[in-house]
Design a protein around this ligand. Structure first.
Ligand code: MG
Length: 375
C-alpha cells in the first residue's frame, strides 16, 4: 500500500459574537487545515492541523514541502516520513510548519489504523477505554448572561467539571471567579483558563483566590515560554497548574514537564506534531506521573476525534475538553457531531468505534467551508 494522493484543504468558519471570548480577545472566525491521504488500497485517511489564521498558507506548506515526502510512500513508514517533514525547516520546532505537519502525520495514523481494521485508540494499545470523562469548555469571560447560560447548559449535560475563561486585570478575574463560583454553588467543580494573561505578581493573587475557591486547576497563567514564572508560581500557590496547548515538540514539552511546575498537561495533536509527537509528549507526562487532558479548543471534527482517541489510549488521561460553543467544522464536517456536548452520557464521551479515527469527512461540507484563493 502506498500513498497515491495528498489533498490539503484550508477551511474556515465564522464564530457568533460573544461565543468564544478569551483573555486575548474574541474569535470571530476559526480556520483549520484538513489533509486527506488516498492510498493504493482505496483507503482515505484524515488529519487536521491548527490554522487559526491564513489557512491557505498551511495548505501551501503541505503542497510544496511535505507532499513530495509522502507521495509513493508506505504509510507504515510514518516514523521516517515524520523525521523528514520535521527536518524540512531549520531552527526550533514550531509554527505553521509543525501545525501543517500535524495534519499529515495524523492522516498517516488514520490510514494505518484503517488498514488494520481497528479504531485508532485500539491500534495504539488503548483497548478497554471506550468512554472518556469530559469537562465543559469554556465559559465565556466577562458576559455574565452568556456565562450563566453556558453553566446551566453544562450542568444539564451532566458535566462534573466546568472551565471558565478569565484574564487581566487580576481584580476583575478574582471577582469573576467568585461570581461564577457562587452561581454554581457546588453543583460542579470549576477550573480557570487565563490564556497567558498574567505576570507573576498578578498570577499569585489570582491563583491564591482560585485555590481558596477550590478550583481544580489554573490553566496557562503565563505564555508557554515563560517557564520561570510557572516554576515560581507553583512554589507559591497551592493549586494545580495546567499548560501544554502551546507545545510543538516533545523536547520543549519535556522541559515544561520536568520542571515540576504543572500538574495537568494539555497537548493538542493538531499542533504538537500529530499522533507521532503527541504520543511522545504524553509518554513523558505519564513517566513523570503528570495527568494528561487533551486540548481541543476551536478544533474541527478530525482533531476532536484524534484527540479523543489519544485520550482513550493513555492511562494518564483524566479528562477530555468537550467544547460547549458551536463550531460547525466540528459538528458537521464529518456528516454529524464528533465529541460534541450533545453526545455526552453522564458526563462522558464514547470514542468512535469504526476503523481509524472512526469518522469520514463529508466532501460537500468541506467544500462549503473552503477558503478560496482570491480572484
Ligand atoms: Mg486553554
Amino acid at each position: 500500500m502506498v500513498i497515491e494522493e495528498i489533498r490539503a484543504t484550508p477551511l474556515a468558519v465564522p464564530v457568533a459574537p460573544g461565543q468564544h471570548r478569551t483573555s486575548w480577545g474574541e474569535y470571530r472566525s476559526i480556520g483549520l487545515l484538513l489533509v486527506e491521504l488516498h492510498t493504493s488500497d482505496g483507503i482515505i485517511g484524515y488529519g487536521e492541523g491548527l490554522a487559526r489564521h491564513a489557512p491557505r498558507a498551511y495548505a501551501e506548506v503541505v503542497d510544496q514541502v511535505f507532499a513530495p515526502m509522502v507521495l509513493g510512500r508506505d504509510p507504515f513508514e510514518v516514523a521516517r516520513i515524520w523525521r523528514a517533514m520535521a527536518g524540512a525547516f531549520s531552527g526550533r520546532a514550531g509554527g505553521i510548519a509543525y501545525e501543517a505537519l500535524s495534519a499529515v502525520d495524523t492522516a498517516l495514523w488514520d490510514v494505518m489504523a484503517r488498514s488494520a481494521g481497528l479504531p485508532l485508540f485500539r491500534f495504539l494499545g488503548g483497548g478497554g477505554a471506550e468512554w472518556v470523562e469530559a469537562y465543559g469548555s469554556a465559559v465565556s469571560w466577562r458576559s455574565e448572561e452568556t456565562a450563566f447560560r453556558q453553566i446551566e447548559q453544562c450542568l444539564a449535560l451532566g458535566l462534573r467539571t466546568i472551565k471558565l475563561k478569565l484574564g487581566s486585570p487580576a481584580d476583575e478575574a478574582i471577582a469573576w471567579a467568585r461570581r461564577v463560583h457562587d452561581h454554581v454553588g457546588g453543583r460542579a467543580r470549576l477550573s480557570a483558563d487565563a490564556n497567558g494573561a498574567f505576570d507573576l505578581p498578578d498570577a499569585v493573587r489570582v491563583g491564591s483566590a482560585l485555590a481558596d475557591l477550590g478550583f481544580a486547576w489554573f490553566e496557562e497563567p503565563f505564555r508557554p515560554d515563560d517557564l520561570a514564572s510557572y516554576r515560581a508560581l507553583a512554589a507559591r500557590v497551592p493549586i494545580r497548574l495546567a499548560a501544554g496547548e502551546g507545545e510543538f515538540s516533545a523536547a520543549t514539552a519535556h522541559e515544561l514537564l520536568a520542571s515540576g511546575a504543572i500538574g495537568l498537561f494539555q497537548p493538542d495533536c493538531a499542533r504538537a506534531g500529530g499522533i507521532t509527537e503527541t504520543r511522545r509528549m504524553i509518554a513523558i507526562a505519564e513517566a513523570l506521573g503528570i495527568a494528561y487532558a487533551p486540548h481541543v479548543g476551536g478544533g474541527g471534527a478530525v482533531s476532536a476525534a484524534a484527540n479523543l482517541h489519544l485520550a482513550a489510549a493513555s492511562t494518564a488521561c483524566v479528562n477530555y475538553e468537550c467544547m460547549i460553543f458551536d463550531q460547525p467544522l466540528r459538528s458537521t464536517l464529518a456528516g454529524g457531531p464528533v465529541a460534541e456536548a450533545t453526545q455526552l452520557v453522564d458526563g462522558r464521551l464514547r470514542v468512535p468505534q469504526g476503523p481509524g479515527l472512526g469518522i469520514a469527512v463529508d466532501p460537500a461540507v468541506r467544500d462549503r467551508f473552503l477558503v478560496r484563493d482570491p480572484d
